[in-house]
Design a protein around this ligand. Structure first.
Ligand code: ADQ
Length: 497
């Protein structure tokens, strides 16, 4: 039986935020009326490293949310084309797809290595995920990071019109607003960080931390996934920059007011839920069922990244097979993990580590007619992933650190309400702040993972349904539309004040 899905009333659900703005920031009622998003007069410019240009289906919540926002305002999406050329793209080239305009640049090989692999993914990604030990600090990479941010700002100034509103995404572009301000642009500019904001000491370990924070506080609104991220950023601003809170959400720093917005990203629940019963999803289910026979499926779906806690998860499953021998032959764990950022050393090492661990666990516990752990180092179509989620009795989402984690929400969206699976979720995923009815575990503890899997597999149907319903209601009420409108409501209101 299909569950009933209602169109989210996101604007109504964000009314609370309007009142929060009204009271906390002494905006007048007319400010509100005048500053609500008016697609007819303000165009949205989105900036992110990759765009959805050239993709047939806009898989992934973010691409869909940004696309919809751009389409309704005849907007512009700026980003990297994904191509590497010999010459820098001082001017971006323009394109159009399905009613959305794009301005795309190419990177040179050096820019790709220094800006993308070097600074973004070998300094900011590890440090923001609490892995200062993996960071590789190099002045040259920072210099290129600055140059690319400046180039994006220059092209934004060239392409922007008087009423535009700018929304920048993620850690690749911490400095864009600072350059925009230096170039004289006062257009409303918001930033959303998809990954965690680290504790102040970890952030201070980056030699250029003061430059980075000057960039961040040049935005009017900084959106963060979790309350812990907002608290970390506030703490850093107070300790290092002498910032003073104007209200619960606004900090006064270097003569500017910055709105720190707690804004957890959601998914398109309705669409994901429908995908799980599509033809392609059923086909994927049938294929894995052939392998599973009647065994219970424990599933993991992640990009192959050290922040996702994959070796620790494999160890957790080894502990499960150790501690619960009666489950041998009755349960199989399948981990789907497409390699990413393979040019970065740590990602190559992770691949080798997982190869070795999977081999060891199968060697130790497997039998002639049973493979305990299957690890597939490849990506699958969105429909196929949805089909796998729907079949799984347990989904293991155990990152060591994660801004949010969309897999946790996708799993819940795809379950059969009459026979839902159980979500085992890391306490350190941003999603854990919202999804308290999952089985929450410490991802570093093989015992906690093992016991949670055992508990999930033996959980009575009534308890599974109760937990699932509460999780489902949560992801429905704070879905991708709610997230986008929450951010845009604040950006429009704050920037006009
Ligand atoms: P990611 O680190 O990429 O995102 P996540 O939120 O889990 O992590 O999203 C991964 C996406 O890739 C999901 O939509 C998932 O379905 C898909 N995916 C993963 N493995 C796949 C496979 N094998 N085949 C096909 N699809 C696969 C960053 C942050 C997160 C934050 C998001 C959004 O690190 O914390 O939730 O941005 O803000």
């Amino acid at each position: 039986m299909k569950h009933r899905l209602e169109r989210p009333l996101s604007l109504a659900r964000n009314q609370f935020l309007l009142w929060e703005l009204f009271y906390l920031h002494a905006l007048t009622l007319s400010d509100f009326i005048l500053t609500q998003p008016d697609p007819a007069s303000s165009r949205l410019i989105a900036i992110s490293n990759r765009t959805a240009f050239g993709t047939k289906s806009k898989a992934g919540g973010l691409a869909v949310a940004v696309w919809d926002a751009l389409k309704s305002s005849n907007g512009l999406w700026m980003g990297w084309s994904g191509k590497i050329y010999d010459f820098p793209s001082n001017r971006f080239s323009e394109a159009e797809q399905d009613g959305v305009n794009f301005a795309l640049c190419n990177y040179t090989k050096t820019e790709y290595e220094d800006f993308y692999l070097g600074y973004s993914n070998s300094v900011l990604w590890p440090v923001f995920h609490g892995r200062v030990d993996l960071a590789k600090f190099d002045d040259r990479n920072f210099k290129t990071y600055v140059e690319i941010n400046k180039r994006f700002a220059e092209n934004t100034v060239d392409l922007a019109e008087a009423n535009d509103v700018i929304w920048v995404h993620d850690y690749h572009f911490l400095l864009v607003a600072k350059f925009l301000r230096e170039m004289g642009s006062s257009l409303p500019c918001g930033f959303f960080l998809h990954i965690p904001f680290p504790n102040p000491d970890a952030f201070r370990s980056i030699p250029d931390h003061k430059h980075l924070i000057e960039g961040l506080i040049s935005y009017d609104v900084v959106g963060l996934q979790g309350k812990r991220d907002v608290a970390n950023l506030k703490m850093y601003l107070e300790q290092e920059m002498g910032a003073e809170p104007v209200s619960d959400t606004v900090m006064r720093v270097n003569g500017r007011s910055v709105f720190l917005l707690h804004c957890p990203i959601g998914i398109d629940v309705e669409s994901f839920s429908q995908t799980a019963t599509s033809g392609a999803a059923l086909e994927a289910r049938n294929r894995i069922s052939t392998f599973q026979r009647n065994r219970s499926l424990v599933l993991g779906v992640d990009r192959m990244d050290y922040s996702k806690g994959l070796p620790q998860r494999f160890e957790g499953m080894a502990k499960f097979f150790d501690d619960y021998p009666h489950q041998h032959g009755k349960v199989s764990f399948t981990q789907v993990a497409p390699p990413s950022r393979e040019m970065v050393d740590e990602y190559m090492h992770l691949r080798e580590e997982l190869d070795a661990l999977a081999g060891r666990i199968n060697g130790d516990y497997g039998d002639l007619d049973w493979i305990p752990i299957r690890y597939l180092a490849r990506g699958y179509a969105r429909e196929e992933v949805a089909g796998l989620y729907r079949l799984a009795e347990v989904c293991l989402v155990t990152p060591l650190q994660d801004g949010m984690n969309l897999v946790a929400k996708e799993f819940i969206a795809t379950q059969d309400p009459n026979d839902p699976g159980v979500l085992v979720l890391s306490k350190f995923a941003g999603a854990a702040e919202q999804m308290k009815d999952a089985l929450l575990v410490n991802p570093h503890s093989p015992t906690e993972i093992s016991d949670a899997v055992a508990k999930a597999l033996s959980m009575p149907l009534e308890e599974r349904k109760k937990r699932w319903q509460s999780l489902f209601d949560g992801i429905m009420s704070e879905d991708i539309t709610w997230w986008r409108e929450r951010f845009m409501t604040v950006l429009n209101a704050v920037s006009a004040n």
